[in-house]
Design a protein around this ligand. Structure first.
Ligand SMILES: [Zn+2]
Length: 589
């Protein structure tokens, strides 16, 4: 039996494509995302790069530069992530059309890289790791041999680049003249480690793999990680260079820990696990908003007073797609390293309040980049720029969630997200029937079994007031451990496991010295209202428990007992419709 560092049985994430989605909100959302990205022409994607390198553009091809003609969509801020997206779409769906897109992009890049191995501005550090991961993904998932050759050449270009060899690597360096190339340098290591592992695993070049790992290690973000390791307050430090230097940039600082997690996987050095766990706990305790979002203004990590102020005054409350993607991945790592079900709680919040709550992209390439939690007036809106970074991560997070529904160990199956789906693993096939979170019970149908004894676990949602497990309608004697509720036994075809997790509406606060902002949440799901603030304050008392003041009318809709105020899931609000999620309270409010 494989065990992890703490002696528990090793829990593992499934490969892309192992889990089959069934009808429900997630499957619809995934399908819409897939349709959207499959509709983008590779000739359009490469239009600006081909023009730049004087390669004839295909007939009928058009620029994606958009009405502003900005650099968005023209290069590495999205193209590298799209390479990853098509490769993973293929791995998830098995659709040849997705592989064709990935292969066509690789053919296009091959032609461009014969002219310029750096793809113009591809060595911008923020772009570099995305292109590199894209090339390696196309090799791994689409078996495109050219893609690995491009990865080799790209890594060579970086390793001989004076900018890379002499990078300043300053604390919180978000790219400053005269070396704007060093933008978000601290997210690089992971892609290089992945490349090195693939080189070695496929027997391509072990010696090179070691060299690359050494190079990658130089880009580990010790300057920040050590602050976390020592348990110091990060606000004792300020970013030393870059744009917006008052505070650290939220996405890239959290994402740097995905590099630390990768390093832990490779080395088992406890330093890495320690900092990943510590920073994750810090983010949940000190930075997380009611939706699971973070970086309440200007994408900054801020002290609590700054967060409250931001919710009162600004509308850029959370960089929705990129920041969710980073959390999904970090949570996968932590669940694998520790086996703790608790690492599924943050992803669950983001699934309902960010991923499924996002309004659809428009055909011009505008995405819901920010979530708006402003206390005065808030609504969902698309970012004014086309093809922002969040159009790069949207398809990636869909692929990631599609494999994070279940996990497995040698003798167990773990239900993490309660999304309608089916999976086959080690002689067992199950199908999950679920209207969760609108209904509190999910049904796991055993569709095939080899008759071996095993365990099936369900994650205990952090805000659940009561959890219950029954088999074929009878209460089961269960095991409760590491954030999971499970049962051991021999399961047979036709058996049904019935799991109930009950939640009630609760206040969720950002508070300092008795004042702040407060919102309403039922379990992981944020509730919003259209009613004017004064009316809400007139019939609900924020100082007293929320549940006794509300009546559940249906699913996740609640009405105030005294008054007409109705709260319903924030995720259901369409584009442009006003809502209140947070309310200011305290002295003078
Ligand atoms: Zn983004």
């Amino acid at each position: 039996m494989a065990v992890c560092e703490c002696g528990k049985e090793k829990v593992q994430v499934f490969d892309y494509g192992a889990i089959e989605m069934q009808d429900g909100a997630f499957k619809r959302s995934f399908a819409e995302c897939y349709r959207y990205y499959m509709g983008i022409s590779v000739d359009d994607m490469l239009y600006e790069l081909r023009k730049k390198f004087k390669i004839a553009n295909a007939e009928g091809a058009k620029t994606l530069a958009g009405e502003k003609g900005s650099w968005f969509g023209l290069g590495g801020n999205v193209l590298g992530q799209w390479l990853q997206a098509y490769a993973r779409f293929y791995a998830v769906t098995g659709e040849e059309a997705a592989k064709d897109k990935a292969d066509a992009m690789i053919a296009g890049f091959k032609q461009i890289m014969e002219i310029d191995s750096e793809i113009g501005d591809g060595l911008f550090m923020y772009f570099f790791e995305k292109y590199l991961r894209g090339f390696v993904d196309c090799f791994v998932y689409c078996k495109n041999e050219d893609a690995l050759v491009l990865a080799d050449r790209f890594v060579d270009a970086a390793m001989r680049s004076p900018v890379y060899c002499n990078a300043k690597r300053r604390l919180g360096d978000n790219g400053t003249p005269p070396v704007p190339v060093e933008i978000e340098w601290y997210t690089i290591a992971e892609s290089l480690y992945f490349y090195a592992d693939v080189k070695q695993a496929y027997g391509k070049d072990g010696e090179r793999a070691e060299k690359v790992r050494k190079f990658a290690k130089e880009f580990e973000y010790r300057q920040f990680w050590d602050i976390v390791y020592r348990g110091e307050n990060i606000f004792n430090y300020s970013p030393i260079s870059g744009q917006n230097t008052a505070y650290f940039h939220s996405y890239s600082h959290l994402n740097s820990f995905n590099s630390a997690a990768y390093a832990y996987k490779d080395t088992q050095d406890p330093y890495y696990l320690e900092i990943v766990k510590k920073f994750y706990a810090y983010m949940r305790e000190k930075q997380e908003l009611i939706t699971g979002g973070y970086g309440a203004h200007l994408e900054w990590l801020m002290p609590i007073t700054g967060q409250i102020n931001a919710i009162e005054n600004f509308h850029d409350s959370f960089e929705t797609q990129c920041c969710s993607y980073a959390v999904y991945r970090l949570s996968e790592w932590l669940m694998e390293f520790t086996g703790e079900g608790g690492y599924g709680n943050w992803p669950e919040k983001l699934l309902y309040n960010a991923t499924l709550a996002s309004i659809p992209m428009d055909e011009a390439g505008h995405v819901q980049y920010y979530s708006d939690l402003n206390v005065g007036h808030a609504c969902k809106f698309l970012h004014e720029n086309t093809w922002t970074c969040c159009t790069g991560t949207r398809p990636l997070l869909m692929c990631e969630l599609s494999r994070f529904v279940y996990l497995h160990s040698e003798t167990g199956l773990y239900v993490n997200l309660f999304v309608p789906s089916a999976v086959e693993y080690g002689g067992l096939r199950v199908r999950m029937e679920s209207e969760y979170p609108r209904e509190q019970t999910v049904f796991l149908h055993i569709e095939a079994s080899d008759g071996r004894e095993r365990e099936i676990y369900f994650r205990i949602p952090e805000h659940a007031k009561r959890v219950q497990l029954a088999i074929n309608g009878k209460a089961a004697s269960y095991i409760r451990q590491n954030g999971w509720l499970g049962v051991r036994g021999v399961f047979r075809e036709g058996d049904v496991l019935q799991y109930t997790a009950e939640s009630v509406p609760e206040w969720d606060r950002l508070e300092c010295m008795g004042e702040g902002v407060v919102g309403l949440r039922c379990g992981a799901v944020v509730l919003a209202t259209e009613s004017p603030v004064e009316e809400v304050k007139g019939c609900l008392n924020f100082e007293e428990e929320a549940a006794p003041q509300l009546i559940r009318t249906e699913g996740l809709t609640f009405r105030a007992k005294s008054g007409k105020v109705v709260f319903s899931p924030y995720m259901d609000y369409p584009k442009g419709k006003n809502y209140h999620v947070y309310f200011r309270y305290g002295r003078g409010y």
